[in-house]
Design a protein around this ligand. Structure first.
Ligand code: ZN
Length: 178
């Protein structure tokens, strides 16, 4: 178990653009350790996904995967996946509202509207290229995580600053989620 420290909002590293990963890099011991540390950190923090810059590594790498999410009760499970150099194309206008949270903004939630249908392309750890159409909650998660690779946090995309607050205080029920 090698959970790493998660950088929090205000840390300038979270605002930087991450670098594209090369196939050669994925074959190194360091890269394999990085992937393991990312999963360990995501699970330790009960996250749904984690982007490398959140642990201070400015590389275009995201991991996702959760069963029975404690932080987002009632949301679908997401299968474990390693996304290297992911590229997202929106296939719908923004409109799906979801109360997003982030391990880099602990204890807070905010309503963000995003496209609920996307195409995502990525390489896996064996350098196989993938392309998939993703809808609904999974589309939201992938967009949130990939935003981190461009230094964007969900707080930049809040629908309304009034629809942002502490998880245990803000009323997330009174607003339409989609
Ligand atoms: Zn996040």
């Amino acid at each position: 178990m090698a959970a790493r420290k998660v950088l929090r909002l205000g840390d300038p590293v979270l605002r930087k653009i991450s670098q594209v990963i090369t196939e050669d890099e994925t074959k190194t011991k360091e890269f394999k350790k990085l992937i393991k540390d990312m999963f360990d950190t995501m699970k330790f923090e009960n996250g749904v996904g984690l982007a490398a810059p959140q642990i201070g590594v400015l590389k275009r790498l995201v991991v996702v995967g959760v069963e029975n999410s404690e932080r987002y009760p009632g949301t679908p499970d997401i299968e474990e996946r390693i996304l290297i150099n992911p590229v997202i194309t929106a296939l719908a206008p923004p409109g799906a509202g979801f109360w997003e949270g982030c391990l880099s903004v602990p204890g807070m939630r905010g309503l963000v509207e995003r496209p609920n249908k996307i195409k995502i392309e990525w390489y896996d750890e064996k350098w196989n290229h993938h392309s998939e159409i993703v809808e609904g909650y999974r589309a939201i998660v992938f967009q949130h995580e990939c935003d981190h690779l461009d230094g964007v946090l969900y707080v930049d995309r809040l629908k309304d600053i009034k629809l942002f607050g502490y998880t245990d205080v803000i009323d997330t029920q009174g607003n339409e989620l989609d």
